[in-house]
Ligand binder design. Structure first.
Ligand SMILES: Nc1ncnc2c1ncn2[C@@H]1O[C@H](COP(=O)(O)OP(=O)(O)OP(=O)(O)O)[C@@H](O)[C@H]1O
Length: 320
């Protein structure tokens, strides 16, 4: 192992900051740690704490970080966390000579060609058309969305802010839920319902519409309640999966994602057993005359614990 060429990789979400080290010739990232963002004032502090804990024999000189927000220039502002940083300053603070910062779903998208069957589970039928666009979507603290397009020099990831598209209702009940949320939040984006905080929004909306008491106060309580047989939590989760199907189908149509659609993020992989019996796939296909187009598109849940790292490892080792 040539330790002097290690790269620091990071996947920074609104809740979790994940770090790891990549070594040339070593397939798996090493010394992975997940740090709660709440424990740190900023990304530099979290990364420094990681490096202090691991104390690699030789300090990494290059890094590739995936962040849950648009990356439009030197100044980077996380969408669901009050962390703002300058890439140039962060590079200096961490003692790196090179630092590449990309949107987190770019990293997830870049992982897709590198994932084996062991790291994804199919939901429904369909067959991937080789070389056709691929879509990725992931509810977590926010809702990440990206595309993967075949280019002349290999796969190119397409960054998007598709989590912020306007959420559409597919049933009268969903229309009432969205009306209720619109009264409180104004614009109701897909992320407003398809994320951890979104699960809670759905739960509160359903409770209000049905005149029931919203007992649960966190997204985890809602999913645990659903698993324990609580009917309101169960209805919330069913609505979440159905709405995920609506948005995933819209994304597949918009990108022409005949290569497939993959679901990542912190929530769905933990609920993967419930997805096949949910309305997700029927809603994904339920697009009128385009039903057969969508029925041919495979949908998978990514079960790899750190898909962004798989994509970043390729980027980090490509960096000169
Ligand atoms: N089993 C679960 N049930 C309900 N909510 C969950 C579950 N697992 C994770 N969450 C919610 O998912 C969110 C964290 O997702 P994730 O682990 O993808 O974090 P993140 O990478 O920091 O997020 P992002 O990249 O979207 O900013 C939190 O809102 C958490 O409450």
């Amino acid at each position: 192992m040539t330790q002097h060429t290690s790269r620091l990789i990071a996947d920074i979400g609104g809740t979790n900051a994940r770090f790891s080290l990549v070594y040339p010739g070593v397939a798996e990232p090493q010394d992975t740690r997940v740090l709660p963002c709440d424990d740190y004032d900023g990304l530099a502090e979290a990364a420094t704490a990681y490096l202090e804990e691991i104390a690699p024999p030789v300090h990494p000189l290059a890094g590739a970080f995936a962040v849950a927000c648009p990356v439009l220039g030197d100044r980077v502002e996380l969408t669901n966390r009050d962390w703002i940083f300058s890439v140039a300053e962060l590079k200096e603070q961490l003692g790196l000579e090179r630092l590449e910062v990309v949107n987190d779903f770019i990293a997830v998208a870049l992982s897709v060609p590198r994932l084996t069957d062991e790291h994804k589970i199919a939901v429904g039928g369909g067959t991937s058309v080789f070389g056709a666009p691929i879509a990725v979507i992931g509810p977590g603290t926010g809702l990440g969305v990206a595309g993967l397009l075949a280019g002349e020099s290999g796969w190119q990831a397409l960054p998007t802010e598709g989590g912020h598209v306007t959420m559409a209702a597919a049933t009268e009940k969903e229309a009432r839920i969205l009306d209720w949320l619109r009264d409180r939040h104004g614009h109701v984006s897909a992320e407003r319902v398809l994320s951890g905080p979104g699960l809670l929004n759905l739960y509160q909306a359903l409770a209000a519409l049905e005149g029931r008491t919203a007992e649960f106060t966190s997204p985890h309580e809602v999913t645990q309640g659903a698993q324990a047989g609580d009917s309101l939590a169960g209805e919330t989760l069913a609505t979440f999966f159905a709405m995920l199907g609506t948005v995933a189908g819209n994304l597949a149509l918009t990108l022409g994602a005949r290569g497939g659609l993959l679901i990542a993020g912190g929530i769905v992989p933990t609920l993967v057993k419930q997805l096949p019996t949910s309305e997700f796939r029927s809603r994904f296909e339920s697009k009128g005359r385009f039903k057969s187009y969508l029925a041919a598109i495979p949908t998978h849940v990514i079960t790899h614990p750190y898909p962004a790292f798989v994509g970043l490892a390729g980027l980090a080792l490509r960096a000169n």
